[in-house]
Write a protein that binds this ligand. Structure first.
Ligand code: FAD
Length: 381
């Protein structure tokens, strides 16, 4: 069981907050408008321990727990959702998959580079025709002697182009059969592995999203993570943790939008008074504040379960579902409070509004979270 003192959590929070204010905030709109993925910023975050947050110190990580991870994702996302999403995908998908299912050799080989930020990680499960239905993947890995031949395309992959290393889940059994997928580590530069289309997105525009193409890409069996056939089960475990990080991403976006709107409501005057004097506006502030706190409590519950190594499927799905919907709602209300100004790029809320929508889609849509929550809840009776 992991526990950190409040002092450590506070120090981690200040580190992430200061980095975001100094090195992310000045560039947010430039990166958004040009869709630049600022790789050097991730190298710098690595030096501060933000790229291997949950990785034990023995593998070069920060050895922190989920509450500290929460404050890091939240603080960065309060300033820029794109960078928050990329830090989340790197830490909780690629890095955590290797940490949870890699053998000693694999962990020693990959985790120090990922934790230091020297390498950026990607994680490929989704394909163009299999998102929610990820188990129906078409990308295959076929054993040829001591190697595996990967063929197919993964779509919507965070760092699909710039990632130095990717965990890829490919089908190794019959379509629709149980235990038919296996996870592999694939390094950028491996013959037959290339990047495809980079998506031009509504929001999260500085977080690179691209296809990964495998054309007879030969991977040694030493790069297989865990047993043959366990890839889908491993992915569901990894996604339990990943969903906590998308919940933290939503929380950060909601807090960023809320803080901007609350301040603006006291500064903006109409009818000779601050608009916060109008009950229509102050009640929005009340709803936003209450929902943000409720989302945070659900997230903290999931973090604490995860720190105790307890099953977190239901709690993570609830936190992800609720915090994502709150992010969209709060960002929408923030734009409303800003009025016409909220509809321009001169003020920060239009970006929070665009970025927030990803939270209800990535790592399982809100509809899929409800399926998980209903199944896990009904199993209790
Ligand atoms: C910016 C971004 C980054 C991403 N990064 C990654 C990444 O790094 N790695 C990765 O593997 N994937 C990644 N994804 C993919 C993401 O996880 C999928 O987009 C998501 O799981 C939804 O899949 P889909 O887009 O195919 O939607 P679909 O599955 O086609 O869903 C379309 C709609 O149908 C609904 N629906 C589907 N099935 C059901 C059902 N059984 N019951 C009720 N409703 C249903 C959905 O909720 C949704 O509203 C990323 C996506 C985005 C947008």
């Amino acid at each position: 069981m992991y526990t950190a003192t409040e002092e450590i959590t506070q120090q981690v929070k200040e580190t992430a907050r200061n980095f975001a204010a100094q090195y992310i905030k000045p560039h947010v709109m430039e990166w958004d408008e040009t869709q630049v993925f600022p790789v050097s910023t991730f190298h710098e975050m690595g030096k501060l321990g933000l790229m291997g947050v949950l990785v034990p110190e023995a593998y070069g990580g920060s050895g922190l727990g989920y509450v500290e991870y929460k404050v890091i994702i939240e603080e960065i996302s309060r300033v820029c959702g794109s960078i928050g999403l990329s830090v989340a995908a790197h830490n909780s998908l690629c890095t955590n998959h290797i940490l949870a299912f890699g053998n000693e050799e694999q962990k020693n080989k990959y985790l120090p580079k990922l934790s230091s930020g020297e390498w950026v990680g990607a994680w490929g499960l989704t394909e163009a025709n299999t998102g929610s239905d990820a188990g129906n993947m078409k990308c295959t890995a076929v054993k040829t002697g001591d190697d595996w031949a990967l063929n197919g395309t993964k779509s919507w992959i965070t760092h699909g182009k710039s990632g130095n290393v990717a965990v890829v889940i490919a089908r190794t059994g019959e379509a629709r059969a149980r235990n038919n997928a296996t996870a592999f580590v694939v390094e950028r530069g491996t013959a037959g592995f290339s990047a495809g289309k980079k998506e031009n997105k509504l929001g999260m525009r500085a977080s690179e999203t691209a296809e990964m193409i495998f054309d007879n890409c030969i991977i040694p069996d030493a790069n297989r993570l865990g047993e043959v056939g366990e890839g889908f089960k491993q992915s569901m475990y990894v996604l339990d943790g990943g969903r906590i990080s998308i919940a933290c991403l939503g929380l950060g976006i909601a807090k960023g939008a809320f803080e901007a709107a609350a301040k603006y409501s006291k500064e903006r005057h109409q009818f000779d008074q601050p608009i916060s004097n109008f009950q229509a506006i102050s009640f929005k502030i009340a709803d936003m504040a209450t929902e943000i706190d409720a989302a945070e409590l659900l997230i903290l519950r999931a973090c604490e379960l995860k720190n105790r190594n307890e099953k977190v499927t239901r709690a993570a799905a609830m936190a992800k579902y609720y915090a994502s919907e709150v992010a969209v709602k709060v960002a929408n209300e923030a734009v409303q409070i800003f009025g016409g100004n909220g509809y321009t790029k001169e003020f920060p809320v239009e970006k929070f509004y665009r970025d927030s929508k990803l939270c209800t889609i990535g790592e399982g849509t809100s509809e899929i979270q409800k399926i998980v929550i209903a199944r896990e809840t009904l199993n209790m009776f």
